[in-house]
Design a protein around this ligand. Structure first.
Ligand SMILES: Nc1ncnc2c1ncn2[C@@H]1O[C@H](COP(=O)(O)OP(=O)(O)OP(=O)(O)O)[C@@H](O)[C@H]1O
Length: 604
């Protein structure tokens, strides 16, 4: 059983080391960092071992004892002869203690600065990945998972690096102590080696479930994160449906699971201290016992026991770091999977500059599916002429927003091409294209911040005056300028203090501020009453009237003013042409559906 446990933990530690070294290659760290830390750690353990030896010398000297005939004994004798007096020896001991303290200080300063740098770089890279990687990759993952990797797990990389350097330093210390022990007595070294292997084997039994526990903790933390996100994002719905008690019960369960998992981890590592101490006690007892049988002198036994006593914290730390690495393996893997780029797709940045949208946006046999096996858009071909309004109509789920997603380059078509003034969209410089677009929709994504911050998302360097002008065009001024803090009023992600129509107007203000060539209004005014919609539409028309507008609407009356109408059905173009032709056909189709539904319900 202990062998199996050992294999499991060693496997986890090896996997952790592999993932960590891959991560550090991506994250980067100063070249000198590891050698410097190792040198400091090594020097510190040499200083410590020398210090202990000198203390023994000191004891010999003040008690006028013989140092013995062995190698160590002769070396001690020579050292006593060269240092001469107990005072000099005491000064040397003091200097060594100071040197060890200074080395420890420099080590901790350097390692914390490198650790912080690794943490910073890792979270920056994870954050950048979320922004750069193909949108679908992020969309497929749960928000709680993304939060956990960015908010918690990215910090663990530095912790793992710290554990590895400590592990190597512990190994150096164990080596230095072992060499000193060898010079004192190879027999005692043999007993110490057998004892250490036995202690390590016992610890492996205890730490067997380390990686599984680490995995469990990761899952539990993610589930707790899901509950936290849900509480913050769905507060209104939870309260509206009176689900507070149920939600609290689930949170409490999840929170208790997190407590238990953390406790299990702590329990696992808390075995290390007492087990090593008891093991060492047994080992020291055996050494004292055996030294009588093997005729090892009292002085040598005392020196060996003193060295082993000081070695014990290093062995304990070595085991703790091994355990920590085994536990962290699932988290390190998850950060690595997030930041490595070889296995991911990124939107092309394009090479063709675009200064204006002059002629048209053309879809040529475009097909697309969020899941490649289930097409949502199927062989779509249509044209959005520049400088006029094109309405995109169709039943719910027909694929209208998906068309917008392709235009925003959130996804790439599975087949076919989207052409901008004759150039394939993926060849057009992504920044040029996006800087010419503004989009606003039924669910306006408001962010934590003031009204000004929210509108400014469309143009980071906009002046206050520009923001106020855009807000007035979109009808935002009407409800914001009466508030005590006006444009500095704080709005949260959900924008709960504003009505749906007010939120939509903030979205429209963003679009106006952007001053785009191509404006996409995706059900952008469906929460406004008709009079207000007319007023906002006229204001936007005055400012952006000659731009290319794609209007997505279920209010078919608003499509009548469009120059061009595209009717989408089940991901295909059913009709396209002038509004006077397509709108009546669409209305008739809708009426047929309503009649058929009525007939069905009467038949029932
Ligand atoms: N992120 C997504 N992942 C998987 N499937 C999606 C995703 N977004 C939309 N779909 C699916 O694609 C289809 C088209 O959805 P889309 O949002 O484009 O329709 P829509 O015409 O805009 O509908 P509505 O008028 O209701 O907004 C639907 O079947 C929908 O379930």
């Amino acid at each position: 059983m202990s062998e199996a446990g050992g294999v499991i933990r060693r496997g986890a530690v090896r996997a952790s080391l592999r993932d960590l070294s891959h991560l550090l290659r991506i994250v980067g760290k100063p070249r000198w960092a590891t050698p410097a830390l190792l040198a400091l750690g090594f020097l510190s353990s040499v200083a410590e071992t020398l210090g202990i030896t000198l203390i023994l010398l000191f004891l010999y000297l003040v008690s006028n004892r013989e140092t013995g005939d062995g190698f160590q004994g002769r070396a001690l004798g020579e050292a006593i002869a060269s240092l001469g007096s107990p005072t000099r020896l005491a000064v040397a001991i003091l200097l060594l203690i100071l040197a060890r303290g200074a080395l420890a200080l420099v080590y901790s300063l350097i390692s914390s600065s490198i650790g912080e740098r690794i943490s910073e770089r890792t979270r920056n890279l994870v954050h950048e990945q979320y922004l750069r990687v193909a949108f679908g990759f992020v969309q497929q993952r749960e928000q709680s998972q993304l939060m956990e990797v960015l908010g918690t797990e990215s910090w663990l990389v530095a912790q793992a690096y710290g554990a590895v350097t400590r592990l190597i330093i512990n190994s150096c210390s164990i080596f230095v102590f072992a060499v000193f022990l060898l010079t004192i007595s190879w027999k005692i070294l043999l007993i110490a080696a057998v004892g250490s292997i036995a202690i390590s084997a016992i610890l492996r039994i205890f730490s067997r479930p380390a990686r599984d526990l680490g995995r469990q903790v990761k899952k539990i933390h993610q589930s707790l994160g899901e509950h936290m996100l849900m509480t913050l994002q769905a507060l209104r719905t939870i309260r509206a449906y009176g689900q507070e008690a149920l939600h609290q019960r689930r949170f409490v369960q999840s929170s208790a699971a997190a407590r238990n998992a953390s406790l299990s981890l702590i329990r696992l590592s808390s075995w290390i201290g007492p087990t090593t101490e008891i093991g060492y006690l047994g080992m020291l007892g055996s050494i004292v016992l055996v030294s009588g049988w093997w005729h090892i002198s009292f002085e040598v036994t005392l020196a060996a026991v003193a060295l082993l006593y000081r070695l014990q914290p290093h062995t304990q730390e070595f085991e703790s770091n091994l355990l920590l690495l085994a536990q962290m393996q699932p988290q390190l893997r998850s950060v690595l999977e997030m930041i490595q780029s070889e296995d991911k797709e990124y939107p092309s940045q394009g090479i063709v500059a675009l200064s204006n949208l002059d002629a048209s946006i053309v879809f040529e046999h475009v097909s697309f599916g969020y899941d490649p096996d289930a097409l949502v858009l199927n062989d779509l071909s249509f044209e959005i002429p520049a400088g006029v309004t094109t309405a995109l109509i169709g039943a719910s789920g027909a694929g209208k927003t998906t068309i917008v997603n392709l235009l925003l380059r959130l996804y790439e078509p599975t087949s076919g091409d989207i052409k901008i003034d004759g150039t394939r969209l993926e060849d057009v410089k992504r920044d040029d294209w996006l800087s010419r677009i503004a989009v606003t929709g039924q669910d306006v994504d408001l962010v934590e911040g003031t009204v000004t911050n929210n509108i400014r998302m469309a143009k980071a360097d906009a002046t206050e005056d520009e923001i106020i002008a855009a807000a007035r065009s979109a009808g935002v001024a009407e409800f914001v300028e009466g508030l005590p803090e006006r444009y500095d009023t704080w709005i949260g992600q959900e924008g709960l203090r504003f009505s749906g129509g007010q939120r939509q107007r903030i979205g429209l203000a963003r679009a106006v501020l952007r001053d785009p060539d191509f404006l996409i209004l995706d059900e952008a005014m469906n929460a406004l009453d008709t009079a207000l919609e007319d007023q906002v539409r006229r204001a936007i028309g005055r400012q952006l009237g000659n731009r290319t507008i794609l209007l997505i609407t279920h209010r078919i009356e608003t499509a009548r003013d469009a120059a061009n109408v595209i009717w989408i059905e089940n991901g295909r173009v059913r009709r396209q042409g002038p509004a006077s032709l397509v709108v009546p056909q669409y209305q008739q189709h809708q009426q047929e559906i309503v009649s058929a539904t009525d007939d069905q319900s009467k038949g029932r």
